[in-house]
Design a protein around this ligand. Structure first.
Ligand SMILES: NC(=O)c1ccc[n+]([C@@H]2O[C@H](COP(=O)([O-])OP(=O)(O)OC[C@H]3O[C@@H](n4cnc5c(N)ncnc54)[C@H](OP(=O)(O)O)[C@@H]3O)[C@@H](O)[C@H]2O)c1
Length: 248
């Protein structure tokens, strides 16, 4: 463990790029040593690890894994413990997201969407439980406002995120008093990598009281707050959505 460490060790899944990478940078800047998980984004994850290592040597471990391979998840946690000897924070950020129109949805899509959005977060939390308890640590799950108000054409994604929301509350109960478990539910903070039309973006922003999209930094700030600065908060879902869930 790095002597400069102030906040502990955090495992962030899906941290190679996009929101996960911004969360990783924010936690690292706050003093966390990191286990950066990625699946296919090896180049981005390696570049991010190198950037953070330049800032603080010995502060990043890269872990590659397909999270759908549930049997490998305890091994992933073990690698973090072998390296750092402790785990203070688990951030379940990795996620598959795509439409599954009713009438066309397949079992393979069900399995893929539930694997990253619900199954892996649960089994990672279970594997990490002893270490998190010992560290009096915390879990933050990246949920979605669509867990509570479904996005048309995306039933399986919404159901998987709803399972993650239920898991957040359930594990908050199971892991108390040692471990706090909370969720962050972003609104639009980064358009999907396969794009969203300009008109769709404008329609969505028109339904957002703050009148703009958020940024990954907004989400990262909420994650850090829940992990580090909210010792009496557990089982909560923090909406980071510009007020969008205030009106339908
Ligand atoms: N972006 C938004 O505006 C928004 C809005 C609401 C909620 N959220 C939530 O916030 C989180 C981050 O959003 P994002 O847009 O940055 O996510 P993203 O780019 O869609 O996905 C993040 C990473 O998840 C990893 N992943 C997906 N399936 C995996 C699997 N089976 N095994 C291992 N890794 C897997 C991928 O890693 P590799 O690239 O390494 O394969 C991917 O880069 C997600 O949980 C998302 O649902 C985001």
């Amino acid at each position: 463990m790095n002597p400069a460490r102030e906040s502990g060790v955090a495992l962030v899944t899906g941290a190679g790029k996009r929101v996960g990478a911004v969360i990783a940078r924010r936690l690292h800047a706050a003093g966390y040593d990191l286990a950066l998980h990625y699946r296919r984004s090896a180049g981005e994850a390696e570049a991010l690890a190198a950037e953070l290592e330049r800032q603080r040597g010995g502060s990043v471990l890269l872990v590659q894994a397909e999270l759908a391979e549930t049997a490998h998840l305890p091994g992933l946690v073990s690698r973090v413990l072998d390296r750092y000897g402790r785990l203070d924070a688990l951030v379940n950020n990795a996620s598959a997201f795509y439409p599954t129109p009713l009438g066309e949805a397949s079992v393979a899509q069900w399995n893929e969407l539930f694997a990253s959005n619900a199954q892996a977060p649960f089994f990672l939390a279970q594997a990490a439980m002893p270490a998190l308890r010992a560290a009096r640590g915390a879990i933050v799950n990246l949920v979605d406002i669509y867990a509570e108000r479904p996005l048309a054409g995306h039933p399986l994604y919404c159901m998987a995120k709803a399972a993650l929301l239920a898991m957040t509350r359930s594990l908050a109960l199971e892991l108390a008093p040692e471990v706090r478990v909370n969720g962050v539910a972003p609104g639009a903070v980064l358009w999907p990598s396969d794009g969203k039309s300009y008109d769709d973006q404008q329609a969505l922003l028109a339904r957002t009281p703050l009148g703009r999209a958020g940024s990954p930094d907004d989400v990262a700030g909420a994650v850090l707050w829940l992990l580090r600065d909210a010792p009496f908060v557990t089982g909560q879902i923090l909406h980071v959505d510009g007020g969008r869930t205030l009106s339908v």
